[in-house]
Design a binder for this molecule. Structure first.
Ligand code: TEU
Ligand code: CA
Length: 581
């Protein structure tokens, strides 16, 4: 961990463009809205902005279905707006990272329109086409039993009338997968990369990049959802046989010629060795990845198809300890690097997910998570609104308020079932992280003017939870200020907090997650986090600590006053950070 590339200490802020800031009064966020808020981000300590897709798109999956990689979705703005954004970022010493979605395109992309037009079209082989498979009665059906990721009950193979064949679409029928086996497809992707890098973009977040190489025998998947014709099959197309080859080629053909960073989204696998090969500092392919083990801490596969993803299981501090320490160890000992994140546009809000988002504890839970995220090794990713302690949508909302295709595809014709799933949706639907950003206490939270209808309803708590209230200097309970302070602490003590070693301490404490970070200089930082809603204790005797930060206003005073005693008493969701001088 001696190499200190800029992207290691950087704080990356993810923006979901539709929900960030509307500047032309159409109820959707836009590129100029991002530019308008750069000082807010700079003040927070942000170095890099990652924009979820802003390319031209029919928006079936909010831009993760791209119809033109070199054009901006008109409601979001123009290429000139993006040039200006890059310039304004640069003036503030900040950079832009774009979302690269190249496992699939939109079904409206000209490549796909050509590909589906006839079997002899030169672009036919740019996508994955197969003949129907006939059953014993001679009835045609999909080539295998793989199901769709965003509509579990459906086949991932879509029948196309024109040529009487099926195409493969892992997510939705409107997102056909590209055929990476075809070298022309790969060359077209590298051309897109160069187009954006030449414009001054500083890297990419690569959407489901581990799905690009698929087992070309397309074998049937094992039945894990009994009674359903289509089965989860990601094991056959996550981290496929040619993944490393494709990523290596991508580096040589585009990335390596520029100073940039890459973060690959890699769902569906948790394999240490495989991850390390991808992100190894010496001969890896990407700078870092997003793994899913932490965000899936409470996931259980339910019995009812469609419910599985929304399941809510139990977890406790021992799971947190196991998962976090496992990944810190893999990366630090193994010579890799990784990202840190608790939230993104596919996840519930972190305070709702891992803590308690009631009025009583929302502030403390949000700050507790900030303490954890800013004191672990890796590149830190903050998702819009996380710095305000934004929470999941209210339980009272009708399912109709949810806009995501994943929810719409769950029970397309069964309103009653959807009503019953309300609690699960409130916990796990991707919409929870997609409500508009809450800028102030005016109607629509300052996201768009009062007379405009936002594309998605603003969370009812905006009068209390909003940026204007939290950026006021006198706002002592502000989650934003707390993040700001901790980001500074992290940067000023990067030797320990970003690059240092990691050790668990008090490993059997049933409530408290605690660890120590050690710099090469020997300097030590101790982090003590009560991840429960009740009071807890932590033994501090052998440490001789100097307490530095806490998420309760009087936390430092209390722990210092307790002087003689070695038992630290923590209130619900209380956390403390200390240095060993
Ligand atoms: O997500 C990939 C992905 O598999 C999950 O995060 C997914 O949202 C979750 O498992 C739900 O089942 C990426 C994007 O982040 C997501 O927004 C897109 O919908 C998806 O790829 C397709 O591009
Ligand atoms: Ca707009």
């Amino acid at each position: 961990h001696t190499d200190r590339q800029w992207w290691k200490e950087a704080v990356v802020y993810q923006i979901y463009p539709a929900s960030f800031k509307d500047t032309n009064n159409d109820g959707r966020g836009d590129v100029n809205g991002v530019t308008e808020k750069l000082d807010y981000l700079k003040d927070l300590g942000v170095d890099v902005v990652w924009l979820s897709p802003i390319y031209d798109s029919p928006q079936v999956d909010n831009g993760y279905d791209i119809a033109d990689y070199k054009k901006i979705y008109p409601p979001y703005g123009t290429l000139e707006d993006v040039d200006r954004l890059i310039q304004e970022l640069g003036r503030r010493g900040m950079k832009l990272v774009m979302d690269l979605v190249v496992n699939h395109t939109s079904d409206q992309h000209p490549w796909f329109l050509e590909s589906r037009s006839s079997k002899s079209n030169p672009k036919r082989d740019w996508y994955i086409w197969r003949k129907p498979k006939y059953d014993v009665e001679g009835k045609p059906g999909p080539p295998n039993n793989w199901n769709q990721i965003l509509g579990e009950a459906h086949s991932a193979w879509i029948f196309d009338e024109t040529t009487q064949e099926y195409y493969f679409a892992a997510f939705t029928p409107q997102q056909p997968d590209l055929n990476w086996e075809n070298p022309d497809v790969r060359a077209a992707v590298y051309d897109i990369l160069r187009f954006w890098l030449d414009r001054g973009v500083a890297g990419f977040r690569m959407d489901v990049i581990n799905l690009i190489s698929k087992d070309q025998s397309f074998p049937d998947a094992e039945v894990v959802i009994p009674g359903q014709p289509y089965q989860p099959a990601t094991q056959h197309f996550a981290n496929g046989p040619r993944l490393h080859e494709f990523l290596g080629e991508m580096r040589r053909e585009a990335l390596d010629k520029y100073d940039q960073m890459t973060v690959g989204e890699m769902p569906f696998i948790y394999d240490d060795k495989e991850f390390l090969k991808i992100v190894h500092q010496k001969d890896g392919f990407l700078n870092m990845v997003f793994h899913f083990e932490l965000v899936d801490i409470d996931s259980e596969r339910g019995d009812v198809p469609g419910d599985a993803r929304m399941s809510v299981g139990n977890w406790d501090v021992s799971d947190l300890r196991r998962i976090i320490s496992r990944w810190q160890r893999i990366m630090i000992d193994g010579g890799g690097w990784n990202s840190l994140y608790c939230e993104n546009h596919d996840q519930p809000r972190s305070v709702s997910h891992y803590c308690d988002d009631s009025d009583e504890y929302r502030e403390y839970g949000s700050k507790l998570l900030a303490m954890m995220e800013t004191t672990l090794s890796g590149t830190l990713f903050v998702y819009q609104g996380e710095e305000l302690g934004m929470r999941n949508v209210p339980l009272e909302w009708e399912p109709e308020e949810y806009k995501d295709i994943e929810v719409n595809e769950m029970y397309p014709n069964d309103h009653e079932k959807l009503q019953k799933a309300r609690r699960a949706l409130r916990a796990k639907a991707r919409d929870n992280g997609r409500t508009p950003m809450q800028w102030d206490s005016s109607p629509n939270g300052g996201f768009c003017p009062e007379e405009v209808t936002p594309w998605m309803r603003v969370n009812d708590d905006y009068p209390v939870v909003n940026a204007a209230a939290q950026t006021k200097l006198e706002a002592t309970s502000s989650v934003y200020h707390f993040w700001q302070r901790l980001v500074t602490l992290r940067k000023e003590n990067a030797g320990a907090l970003v690059h240092g070693g990691f050790e668990l301490i008090d490993k059997t404490n049933p409530d408290v997650f605690s660890y120590v970070r050690v710099a090469d200089s020997g300097e030590k930082w101790v982090v003590v986090l009560n991840f429960t809603g009740h009071s807890a204790t932590w033994e501090s005797s052998k440490w001789g600590l100097q307490w530095m930060a806490g998420n309760y206003a009087d936390g430092l005073d209390k722990v210092q006053q307790s002087g003689g005693t070695d038992l630290v008493h923590l209130r619900p969701w209380e956390g403390l950070i200390a240095r060993q001088p």
